[in-house]
Design a protein around this ligand. Structure first.
Ligand SMILES: *[C@@H]1O[C@H](CO)[C@@H](O)[C@H](O)[C@H]1NC(C)=O
Ligand SMILES: *[C@@H]1O[C@H](CO)[C@@H](O)[C@H](O)[C@H]1NC(C)=O
Length: 399
């Protein structure tokens, strides 16, 4: 599906209406894989939305006008083509992508993200590690306003070994993807990524990042998991300062080592449904976020919680977020609306030990080495499906 606005932009570019760039190139058409989602209310049930998936901007080919040279290098941008924002804008084009070759396919309401893909020409396996966002029909990001709401989806983590991280999370990105006259691609080309780790990127909110600033924003990690360990974590920010560690919930770290894993209480060798609720102090979307709760459904049954009283993060227990107003800042971001990000990745620096090793999970400190994963688990993928959000207790028919 090519969005109307995008067709308009390409037509405008072809007519020379736009003299400056980071505008869409014409080598590969940008065709967003469709991924319907549902918005639910207590009274009205669930209504299907025509949503789609867009690959992140950083994964794309930026090139000069005749596509003979790249505007990016392994360490940044080409100093001749992109010495400054204005020149770069005139010289460079952002290209569409082949989604399957980037590790992204959809089938009905199911999205599959693959860590590795075989190169079409050489057959050689390469790590593609896609990161993508949910788009609306107009070509902007969908704004998920989840304060006093819930989000549910089905997930299949069965192929994911120690060291992999399948992630479904929310970042408070610009909903237009930093779209402007000099960068008309915007969200339709996956622009304006930010998160609470404040990544330093070549572009920051659609503008060349000459000052090498970090792109910081509120982030709520709903799912970060492989088949052996899982965490959900709020990461609030104030300006350029963020709670990078976050007060996450990981059932293994909380002492229940028999909960999450193949054949365990929540059996990760099979798909299951995850429901996350953002509860406020007054039961309305005007209240303060006090608790983030989680439950699971598998084989049609609600799964017992990992800890007594239910799996949750409460404002009072969230000590790392104290400088950020505990959960209040996170709640305000959820109230304003955040962008749904979906990714699969591994970690050459730390082998994902923070998620699944030592006190966090049963994995050894070294088995998360990406080279080992590529050799032993070339089919590593996550399937995310049936994404729904809306009023508390409205997204699942039963449970
Ligand atoms: C589009 O393709 C033509 C060749 O068919 C090329 O001359 C032109 O520079 C390209 N334009 C952009 C914006 O990439
Ligand atoms: C991001 O870019 C958009 C489009 O140019 C702009 O409207 C918005 O204010 C920018 N956001 C920030 C945080 O700079």
């Amino acid at each position: 599906m090519v969005h109307k606005t995008l067709q308009g932009l390409i037509a405008a570019a072809a007519m020379g209406a736009l003299v400056s760039a980071q505008q869409p190139g014409n080598v590969t058409a940008e065709v967003h894989p469709e991924l319907p989602t549902w918005k639910c209310t207590t009274d009205g049930g669930c209504v299907e939305q025509k949503t789609s998936i867009v690959l992140d901007w950083n994964y794309r080919w930026f090139h000069n006008e005749d596509a003979s040279a790249s505007c990016t290098t392994s360490t940044g941008v080409d100093p001749t083509l992109c010495p400054d924002q204005e020149t770069c804008t005139q010289n460079c084009y952002v290209e569409g992508v082949d989604y399957a070759a980037s590790g992204i396919t959809t089938d009905g309401n199911a999205l599959t993200l693959r860590q590795f893909v075989a190169d079409a020409e050489t057959g050689e396996l390469k790590s593609v590690s896609p990161r993508a966002y949910l788009l609306d029909e107009s070509g902007d990001y969908v704004s998920l306003q989840l304060l006093n709401q819930e989000l549910s989806f089905d997930v299949d983590l069965s192929t994911l070994p120690c060291g992999e991280n399948a992630a479904l999370y929310l970042s408070e990105m610009d909903l237009t993807g930093g779209r402007s006259a000099s960068s008309p691609g915007g969200a339709a080309y996956g622009g304006a990524y930010c998160d609470a780790q404040c990544p330093v990127q070549n572009w920051n909110n659609g503008t060349l990042n000459t000052d090498k600033v970090g792109s910081c924003c509120n982030e709520m990690d709903i799912l970060e998991a492989n088949s052996f360990a899982e965490a959900f974590t709020p990461h609030p920010c104030i300006d350029d300062s963020c709670d990078k560690g976050g007060c996450g919930f990981n059932s293994y770290a909380k002492g229940n080592k028999q909960y999450f894993g193949p054949g365990l209480t929540l059996d990760t060798s099979k798909p299951f449904t995850m429901v996350t609720q953002f509860i406020t102090d007054d039961g309305t979307a005007n209240g303060k976020l006090t608790t983030i709760t989680r439950y699971y459904v598998q084989n049609g049954q609600k799964v017992a919680s990992a800890v007594e009283g239910g799996d949750s993060i409460t404002a009072d227990a969230c000590s790392s977020a104290e400088p950020y107003g505990k959960l209040q800042g996170m709640g305000e971001a959820l109230g304003r609306g955040m962008v749904l990000a979906l990714s699969i990745w591994n970690d050459a620096g730390g082998f994902m030990n923070w998620l699944d090793s030592g006190s966090n999970g049963p994995c050894t400190e070294t088995e998360g080495d990406p080279a080992l994963i590529q050799a032993n688990a070339p089919d590593s993928q996550v399937v995310l499906s049936n994404i729904r959000w809306g009023d508390i207790d409205s997204t699942l028919e039963s449970a």
